[in-house]
Design a protein around this ligand. Structure first.
Ligand SMILES: C[S@@+](CC[C@H](N)C(=O)[O-])C[C@H]1O[C@@H](n2cnc3c(N)ncnc32)[C@H](O)[C@@H]1O
Length: 216
């Protein structure tokens, strides 16, 4: 058998999106309201949400930690993949986004399963107990990812999932002169995480590239 692979193109991304369980009316309405409230549309893609739900269900995750709530889209999507007693603790720096996410979580079908915590990612993560989560999703300031990773390796149980978004650096991973200032931090994180012996990992070409690791 050869190590055959297919180069992923924009056409493949469109195809994947068109052949994935679609998002529901509630999440579509959340996105419309967020845009109307001036919140940037930097939430994960629906097909990435579906994939993360599958990972959480397959690993029987109960407790999830997220850094970067924005409008609550990914937190609500992840909470839907947890059992009734499961919980997502999601951290957001921006008070207006915290207020928006809390309002939409309260209206959602997972109201009791999502806690939106206002604060800086590191400050809040430091207060979480060791081995208190089955999965973590990093989706905030990229320069802090190495610090978040260290904290999540403490917080997430052995065998748990550590997911990190934007491995493809907003589409600018291979640009000689990227316009986004976070691109160098993402490149450095991709290098670092691939060498982390405490994780088994892979970059999945979905959304803007999702790094999926399992704590050894
Ligand atoms: C890409 S958005 C998160 C999208 C969200 N996970 C989703 O898919 O629905 C990143 C969020 O991280 C927040 N953020 C940035 N720096 C942060 C920090 N140091 N601590 C907590 N949140 C932070 C930003 O305000 C922004 O709302």
């Amino acid at each position: 058998m050869s190590d055959q692979s297919t180069a992923i193109t924009a056409e493949h991304f469109r195809y994947i999106a068109a052949h994935t369980t679609p998002e529901d009316d509630f999440l579509r309405a959340l996105k419309r309201a967020a845009t109307a409230a001036g919140i940037p549309s930097i939430w994960i893609a629906p097909e990435q949400a579906s994939f993360m739900q599958i990972l959480l269900r397959a690993s029987a995750a109960h407790d999830v930690v997220e850094v970067g709530t924005l409008a609550g889209y990914s937190a609500i999507a992840m909470a839907r993949a947890l059992p009734a007693s499961g919980k997502v603790r999601t951290i957001e720096l921006d008070p207006a986004r915290v207020a928006f996410a809390r309002e939409w979580v309260a209206r959602s079908d997972v109201a009791g399963k999502v806690e939106v915590i206002e604060g800086a990612g590191m400050d809040v993560l430091e207060g979480f107990a060791a081995d208190s989560a089955d999965a973590a999703f990093l989706d905030a300031d990229k320069a802090s990812y190495p610090l978040y990773l260290e904290e999540c390796l403490r917080i997430v149980k052995r065998g748990g999932l550590i997911l990190a978004d934007n491995a493809f650096a907003f589409g600018q991973l291979f640009d000689a002169s990227p316009t986004d200032r976070e691109v160098p931090a993402i490149r450095a994180f991709n290098e670092r995480i691939a060498k982390t012996e405490r994780l088994d990992g892979v970059i999945v070409p979905i959304g803007d590239g999702l790094w999926v690791g399992v704590k050894r």
